[in-house]
Design a protein around this ligand. Structure first.
Ligand SMILES: Cc1cc2nc3c(=O)[nH]c(=O)nc-3n(C[C@H](O)[C@H](O)[C@H](O)COP(=O)(O)OP(=O)(O)OC[C@H]3O[C@@H](n4cnc5c(N)ncnc54)[C@H](O)[C@@H]3O)c2cc1C
Length: 526
């Protein structure tokens, strides 16, 4: 298909927002030959898409809300995505300890049914129901790579060791890990490779229409310069800001909106030695995960609280920290304390406002709404999961196709993201090969590079015979060569972009090292 940008510089799609949904749509659309400009007011993945629990998952708990469409789509999608990015995604096992005290959230359709037919259960979640849920989880959607459910006897087992003795039995099932912010950046890179124009630190401030064409005003946040671009269609992928963009930037009359639900996580010292996660059920009907994180830490989350507005920066409050500590300590032999917390983060889910009573009950499914304003088409994205971003992009392109009738067919299923062109089982082989080709790398360093960059690790290290050949050492194995790559190919502009979103070396570098890196990057850009 011919590229549509022309002498008048009218792009086909102007996408507002460089989170996973904006970048996923940009990649898909650029790959179908559309001219695409994506504007992100901050760094890529600077909002919700770097603050998730980082799971490609079907969402076991959504079965209790009868969200079968979402769960099935997400379950099938897990393995499609895993195969396309085996560097930044990998299988994980989840251990679900069973105890009869565990209770439903009162509002789920399942708990209402059970209260009607088995009132003597008094809100308890019976073991047979968990088994039924796991049976569905195993069988609803195309599981080929991931192992199925197993029952575990906890006493005397590695999995039972960190848990209190009152937990005798557990179920174990599979989902996948995903490096969320790297997923966004790799989608953006791939979009650029296919012709898209991705502009970070670029805020969309106004959108008007003339004769069915959009005029979009943007501000470069660094220089303050304003520019105007014309577009045939606008995609509003502003995540938590979707409603604000609709009302204040686009001046649409639609009544659709997002419900903002904050979720917080804490990162603690490593709480146990094995590599499995725990799926913990609370006595309040909620669930949390404890997940082995960055080799030396444990990630615990999440919470669910209504959040006032997108302008209020989400932080993990002291109350949320205490909630997560208390929750995990109901299970672990050695209680978690405030002193164990090394870092915390918080994000806002931009859920479609379906009028649900509680934040936990609001739907996690996505909703796409097309409208025309003075003849100019607009697509608004509400809700969604990291796990369903590629399918959401396909649905978005289907909606966009109404205005661009000759669009090629969907193409992204199974197509590797940059660096992901190797088999799911070959990760360890790749690490060994990198170490052979660059013998100065330590095991951990090689592992980190392959996890982040996959086969692109060879492009970053090309020609280096020693660590000195990689230039300045910023600490924790971060070299000048790597930072240079991140600036030139991964849109990094500050130390924060590098140490919290391109990698998580912020957990290992101290404040003065991060400040030094930032100064180096400022000088580099100048
Ligand atoms: C606590 C928590 C845990 C989660 N866990 C999981 C999980 O384990 N698995 C899963 O599949 N999903 C999970 N999710 C859901 C998932 O993270 C989100 O659905 C997804 O990240 C939303 O992406 P987005 O692109 O819509 O929004 P965002 O990532 O927020 O992107 C929107 C972007 O728009 C930009 N923007 C806004 N206004 C403008 C403007 N005027 N001009 C330019 N740019 C603008 C913002 O800066 C932002 O970067 C979780 C979410 C949360 C909060």
């Amino acid at each position: 298909m011919e590229r549509r940008s022309d002498a008048n510089d009218i792009v086909d799609l102007l996408i507002i927002g460089g989170g996973i949904n904006g970048c996923g749509i940009a990649r898909d659309a650029a790959g179908r030959g559309m001219s695409v400009l994506l504007a992100e007011m901050n760094d890529l993945a600077s909002a919700t898409s770097s603050s998730s629990t980082k799971l490609f998952h079907g969402g076991l708990r959504y079965l209790e809300y009868f969200e079968f469409r979402l769960v099935r789509e997400a379950l099938i999608e897990r393995e499609v995505l895993l195969s396309a990015m085996p560097h930044i995604s990998w299988p994980m096992r989840f251990v679900l300890p069973y105890h009869e005290d565990m209770r439903f959230e009162g509002a789920t359709p399942t708990s209402k049914l059970l209260n009607t037919f088995m009132p003597w259960m008094k809100g308890r979640r019976p073991a047979w129901l968990i088994r039924l849920g796991l049976f569905l989880y195993d069988n609803l959607g195309g599981r080929k790579i991931l192992p199925g459910t197993a029952t575990l006897k906890l006493s005397g087992s590695v999995e039972g060791d960190p848990l209190q003795d009152r937990f005798a039995k557990a179920y174990e099932y599979s989902d996948c890990w995903i490096e969320d912010s790297r997923l966004v950046v790799l989608n953006a890179r791939d979009a650029v490779n296919r012709g898209a124009d991705i502009r970070t630190r670029t805020r969309v401030t106004a959108a008007t229409q003339t004769d069915g064409i959009w005029s979009i005003e943007m501000v470069d946040e660094a220089s303050g310069e304003t520019s105007t671009v014309q577009a045939r269609m606008v995609v509003n992928a502003g995540g938590p800001w979707v409603g604000n963009i609709l009302r204040q930037t686009i001046h649409s009359n639609t009544r659709e909106d997002v419900r903002l639900v904050r979720g917080s996580h804490i990162v603690t010292r490593k709480l146990y030695e094995h590599d499995k996660c725990y799926f913990l059920q609370g006595t309040d009907g909620r669930i949390i995960f404890t997940i082995p994180y960055e080799r030396d830490f444990t990630l615990i989350g999440t919470t669910d609280s209504d959040h006032p507005d997108p302008a209020t920066h989400p932080v993990c409050t002291d109350e949320e920290k205490q909630y997560l500590i208390d929750f995990a300590s109901q299970y672990l032999k050695t209680p978690v304390t405030q002193d164990d917390i090394i870092w915390s983060y918080s994000g806002v889910r931009p859920l479609y406002d379906d009028g649900a009573s509680s934040a936990t009950a609001a739907t996690r499914d996505y909703t796409l709404k097309v409208e025309k304003i003075s003849g100019a088409p607009l697509l608004n994205i509400f809700g969604g999961k990291i796990t369903t971003y590629r399918r959401l992009a396909e649905s978005a392109l289907e909606a966009i196709g109404e205005f661009f009738p000759d669009l090629p067919d969907p193409w992204t299923a199974g197509v590797a993201l940059p660096g992901g062109d190797f088999a799911v089982g070959d990760f360890d082989k790749l690490v060994a090969k990198l170490k052979t080709d660059f013998p100065f790398l330590s095991d951990r360093w090689a592992w980190r590079l392959v996890r982040a960059y996959g086969t692109d690790a060879w492009n970053i290290l090309a020609g280096a015979a020693s660590a000195e050949d990689l230039g300045q050492d910023f600490g924790a194995t971060l070299s000048e060569r790597e930072v240079d790559w991140l600036i030139k190919t991964e849109f990094a502009k500050s130390a924060e972009d590098v140490v919290w979103r391109r990698n998580k070396l912020g957990l290992r570098l101290d404040a003065s090292q991060i400040q030094h890196l930032n100064q180096w990057m400022m000088d580099y850009v100048a």
